[in-house]
Design a protein around this ligand. Structure first.
Ligand SMILES: [Zn+2]
Ligand SMILES: [Zn+2]
Length: 654
């Protein structure tokens, strides 16, 4: 538990990386820098010059595509802020336009979608559906990014572990309340009458608290109780216990990968790699990568990441020099450097040089995605150079190698171009670098420095041995404890044994002390009183009826108390196992999601933008579940096998 709590706290402390500063010292503010263009955009917008403003927006859009920037977050956020201003001023159409522009520059920015949701709500009731859709998009938008997945993962893992612990605790306590008396009965019989009864109670208590006495910690109590109760519970409950044990085994690998993710996120190089892969220009990332490149000249990945960051920052000459140096000094067959170098030729409109380089890349070869990329890029260079047949041929070859790659490129990197009075999509060439999976593999579990070098060239491998390693922990070892304890208990109780609680009066009885009435699930007295209805003396009869009444009252109280404490536990107690487990799982699941959302919001949009709809939804769901679980009281009424003497419908098999 301590470990889980600590990790949860670590997760909280490690908030999503701060948004990159607007002022980046490392970025040269040339005429083609995003800062300069944005300032010009604002100036034209203030002056009311729409044509001039759109010209700068087009240039920003073009450079974003040319530099392969997935998320131009700074300008996206600035546009959202402008949209909010317009919304406040009452200009809904303008606001909507600005939110859409923000999304076009950063499709993974939740703020833009939240803005659209706000604008939709201004339309009145007709806008509610659209607002809901946009809010959903806002939550989804980040999930395809490394950053978004990290935020989701690091908030969900601790929350789910806590939910699992709460679920297991409620289940174990309920089963102990329901069936603990049966174990006590068996112990009492084993120790005999008189002093033996006291001994039995003592042993029972010691057994229950064994994990604490052996200093294993509170967290083991629920699993231990489930183990002790296993032989006494019904089939559905046994299945549930197995499910819980399987979940416990998964805890090890889960914690390990959570640890690794948290550690990687402290790494400035990981941050730089994430920005190079999916973000925009960033001065600190460039500085960190330069330093790391000097310290690790043998790790080519760092050079690729640095080259990509140079290009994003508009430092094409430095990117060119870097790739050129790799090709001349380190490895003349490095296709990643060669492809990205050719892309700079392309940006400089030196198409024939670019085409030559792409051809060299294709001769060297590489993975399918690489080969498709060289051909795709070459086809675009041919088109620009007005060599349409060659362009078409290269493109169809690229499609033949890997159509999914070319389709993805086509959707991501393009600008609109005026051609013969029609607007057409004009594709832009694609840089090669590290995939998100490779970024993870490179920095997984590394709070600083590099975990694995040169993953971009090798490709990432699976971690089967790591999974096996992480399975070897105390949760897995508990499976052994479970098997041994269950085996010893079943041996001690003997073969064909059963211990039941009388369905009417609640008295425990077993194979040794029962007198032939067990198939009906009733104790001997109740059997004679309610089924056979033969000569039971008056006082004994009244005594038994009182006991039955007391038992009914007790069951009702326990159900109500358990349901109040934890909806679903009451149903588990009443042996409505499936329904009870469902209630419990939903209850703690929603609570965990709420907790996760509180600890580490999936989106870091401001409260001005993000309305607490999910919170309201979760609150309503929790309330509904609470009411249902408390109202839907299962009946304990026993179906009496009157005059038939056969087994009762609700009687459990031994
Ligand atoms: Zn009875
Ligand atoms: Zn007995």
């Amino acid at each position: 538990v301590k470990r889980v709590t600590l990790l949860a706290l670590a997760g909280v402390a490690m908030a999503v990386p701060a948004r990159s500063q607007v002022i980046d010292v490392g970025i040269r503010r040339g005429p083609d820098s995003f800062e300069t263009l944005w300032v010009e955009y604002l100036r034209a917008d203030r002056a009311g010059d729409a044509a001039e403003r759109d010209k700068y927006l087009r240039e920003i859009t073009r450079l974003r595509a040319e530099r392969n920037i997935q998320s131009l977050e700074d300008i996206g956020l600035a546009l959202v802020a402008k949209g909010l201003e317009s919304l406040k001023a009452g200009d809904r159409d303008k606001a909507e336009q600005e939110f859409r522009r923000a999304i076009a520059l950063d499709p993974h920015l939740p703020d833009g979608y939240f803005g659209l949701a706000l604008a939709a709500l201004r339309k009145g009731p007709v806008g509610v559906l659209q607002a809901l859709v946009e809010t959903f998009s806002a939550f989804r938008s980040r999930l395809s990014t490394i950053r978004g997945r990290y935020a989701l993962y690091t908030s969900l893992v601790p929350a789910l572990l806590l939910a699992g612990l709460a679920f297991t605790g409620a289940l174990a306590l309920t089963l102990l309340l329901r069936h603990g008396g049966l174990l006590l009965h068996d112990l009492e019989e084993a120790f005999g009458q008189g002093r033996g009864r006291l001994m039995a109670k003592g042993v029972f208590l010691v057994l229950l608290l064994l994990p604490l006495m052996t200093l294993q910690g509170y967290a083991w109590l629920p699993l231990w109780w489930l183990t002790l109760m296993f032989l006494y519970v019904g089939r559905a409950e046994r299945a549930l216990i197995f499910a819980v044990l399987a979940g416990a085994v998964a805890v090890g690998p889960l914690l390990r990968s959570f640890d690794a993710a948290v550690l990687a996120f402290q790494n400035p190089l990981f941050r730089a790699a994430v920005l190079a892969t999916e973000g925009g220009p960033d001065g600190r990332a460039i500085a960190d990568l330069q330093q790391a490149r000097q310290a690790n000249p043998d790790d080519r990945d760092l050079a690729y990441l640095l080259g990509i960051q140079y290009k994003k920052a508009g430092r094409y000459d430095e990117a060119f020099a870097l790739y050129d140096e790799i090709l001349r000094r380190e490895d003349e067959s490095d296709v990643i450097a060669k492809n990205n170098l050719a892309n700079i030729h392309f940006a400089r409109e030196e198409y024939s040089k670019a085409i030559g380089r792409y051809r060299q890349c294709a001769e060297t070869g590489g993975s399918r995605a690489f080969r498709a990329t060289f051909l795709y890029n070459r086809s675009l260079a041919h088109y620009r150079d007005i060599q349409f047949p060659e362009g078409g041929e290269a493109r169809s070859q690229a499609d033949a190698i890997d159509g999914s790659v070319t389709r993805a490129y086509e959707q991501l990197w393009w600008v609109e171009k005026e051609k013969d009075g029609v607007r057409v999509k004009d594709g832009l060439v694609v840089d090669l670098g590290l995939t998100p999976a490779q970024v993870w593999a490179k920095f997984d579990g590394q709070p600083r420095g590099i975990g694995r070098k040169n993953v971009a060239r090798e490709g990432t491998g699976g971690g089967a041995s790591e999974l096996l390693d992480s399975l070897g922990n105390r949760f897995t070892a508990f499976l052994g404890v479970f098997a041994i304890v269950t085996f010893v208990l079943s041996r001690w109780r003997g073969k064909k044994t059963f211990t039941l609680r009388c369905l009417k009066c609640g008295m425990p009885f077993c194979k040794r002390c029962h007198l032939g009435a067990a198939p009906s699930g009733l104790c001997t007295q109740c059997y004679h009183l309610f089924v056979v209805r033969d000569g039971v003396s008056g006082p004994a009869r009244n005594q038994k009826l009182l006991e039955v009444q007391r038992e009914e009252g007790r069951r009702d109280r326990v159900f109500r108390l358990l349901s109040l404490l934890s909806p679903g536990a009451g149903h588990l107690y009443a042996q409505r196992t499936v329904l009870g487990a469902l209630f419990l799982a939903v209850w703690y699941g929603i609570l965990a999601l709420l907790l996760a959302g509180r600890l580490l919001p999936v989106t870091d949009a401001s409260s001005e933008l993000a309305k607490p709809w999910p919170l309201v939804l979760a609150g309503v769901a929790l309330l509904a579940l609470y009411v249902i679980a408390n109202r839907a009281r299962p009946d304990y009424e026993v179906a009496m096998p009157v005059r038939r003497g056969g087994p009762s419908r609700r009687g459990r098999a031994a």
